[in-house]
Design a protein. Sequence first.
Length: 196
Amino acid sequence: INMIEKVYPHMLPHLSSCRSPQMMMGPLIKTYRAKHMQIDPKKIYSVSMMPCVAKKAEIERPQLLREGQKDVDAVLTTREMGALLKMKGITDWDSVPELNYDDPLGESTGAAALFANSGGVMEAALRTAYELATGKTLESVDFTMVRGMDGIREATIKVGDLDLRVAVVSGGKNIRALMEKIEKAPNKPLYHFVEF
C-alpha cells in the first residue's frame, strides 16, 4: 500500500478495500477468540509471523487501529523467527515433536488454507468466484513465471465467456516492474486481478 500511495497514487481507486489476512485475523483474535476463551483483549499480545517486512509497517497504519489500539501488536519475519530459533539452539528439525495447530475459528474451507501462501488470497478468491459463476469447482490455477521477471507469476482462467487475467507479484522491485508493465500496456486492463 505504501508504495502505491507514494509512487502510483492514481492507482489507489483500483485497490481492494479488503484487509490482508494478517489484519483480518488480528481483530478476530482480540474479539471473537478473546470472548470465546474468556480473556480480556487488553491482556492479549498478538504476534504475526510473516515473510514480508512490509507487514511491520502495515500494523502501524492509523486506519487499521480499532479504538486507538492495534489488533496485531508485533510482526516477526520468517527470517527473524529462523534467527530466533537458531539462537535458542533449535536447528535439528527432525527432533522437534510434531504438534497440532490451534484451531481458533473451528473448521475452515480449503480456500482459507491457501491464504498463507504467496498468491493464496487470489487463488481463494478465484476459486470462490469461479464456483459462484459456473457452479463448478476450479481444479487448479496454473501460474507461470513471467519471462525475465523473477517473482512475478501470471495466469489466465476461463470463467464462462471471460478470460480472467491475473498476476501475483512479490518484492518491491518486482512490484515496480509489474506496475511499469501495467502502465505501458497498450490493451487495458492488462490484468483483472493482481495480488501484491
